[in-house]
Unconditional design. Structure first.
Length: 287
């Protein structure tokens, strides 16, 4: 009998509760992260070189006020992004459409999940267009949750939002961070004339298990290829660093993305939004 089992039996003095507790403890110890200390759900001690700017100032308040006025979602809020203070303090935000609940469940992400998303908001594009005008944005980044519950995965609504935003803001430059759409789903988005279409491969092939089972490196790479084949001028993707990847794997991904004609690769230290997510920290010199 282990030390923990003995303590549990002493505290409960009930064999039934004892055995139930041991079963639950055994299940917990069998979870995938139990054998991976760097990815376990424990509180990471933050090194002194990490400093997250707290939200504040008139500009931040203006952004918050505009978003609340129009009832809009941002990935900054929904994903609990630690860089929110920096972006909002500069007067910008990444708008998120198709609701605030994702139908996928990736282990590194802080966005709420649900088997079904919310009802589509017909005026969402017009409200974002108004917010863009009030914030004086000249470059807009628009993203969305995944919507497996919709026939087109939300692509049609995505495109209608971009059309409304352009109609209300002539000359606006638009970057779309999209789900892993196929050719038919990307086509209406390409027709809106975005300057950039982005889709994130997230991590190296060996660590794709941190994503929802419906996602994969191959599928994400195909989405980027589809966008380029349909005539998008600039394609973009991102790699999270700090999930357990090896340097050789990162270099191999760079080569693969270059072969797929991806124009921009963003890499950065992953900062998990809460202890529920996974992640580890690199030293600045390593980055």
């Amino acid at each position: 009998m282990s030390f923990y089992a003995l303590i549990l039996l002493i505290l409960t003095r009930d064999p039934l509760v004892f055995y139930l507790g041991m079963v639950l403890y055994s299940i917990k110890m069998a979870l995938p992260f139990a054998d991976i200390p760097s990815l376990a759900h424990h509180a990471l001690k933050k090194p002194p070189w990490i400093r997250v700017k707290l939200p504040g100032g008139d500009t931040w308040k203006q952004v918050e006020g505009v978003l609340e006025k129009h009832g809009l979602h941002t990935v900054c809020d929904e994903a609990h992004c630690p860089n929110k203070g920096t972006c909002w303090g500069a007067g910008t935000a990444t708008f998120m459409i198709l609701g605030d609940r994702c139908t996928r469940n990736c282990r590194f992400c802080g966005v709420s999940t649900s088997p079904r998303g919310q009802e589509l908001r017909k005026d969402e594009g017009e409200e974002i267009a108004a917010a863009v005008r009030e914030l004086g944005l000249r470059y807009l980044v628009l993203t969305s949750v995944d919507r497996e519950d919709l026939p087109d995965h939300g692509a049609g609504h995505f495109a209608s939002c971009v059309t409304a935003i352009r109609a209300g803001n002539p000359g606006i430059k638009v970057e779309l961070l999209i789900p892993d759409y196929d050719t038919a789903e990307i086509a209406p988005l390409v027709a809106t004339g975005p300057e950039v279409i982005a889709h994130n491969v997230e991590t190296v092939p060996s660590l794709q298990w941190v994503r929802d089972p419906r996602a994969s490196f191959a599928k994400s790479l195909a989405t980027l290829r589809y966008a380029k084949a349909l005539g998008v001028g600039v394609t973009k993707t991102s790699l999270l660093l700090g999930l357990g990847e090896q340097k050789a794997e990162v270099l191999a991904v760079m080569d693969t993305l270059r072969e797929a004609a991806v124009d921009i690769l963003v890499m950065g230290q992953y900062l998990r939004p809460s202890p529920k997510q996974i992640g580890s920290l690199y030293q600045p010199r390593t980055l």
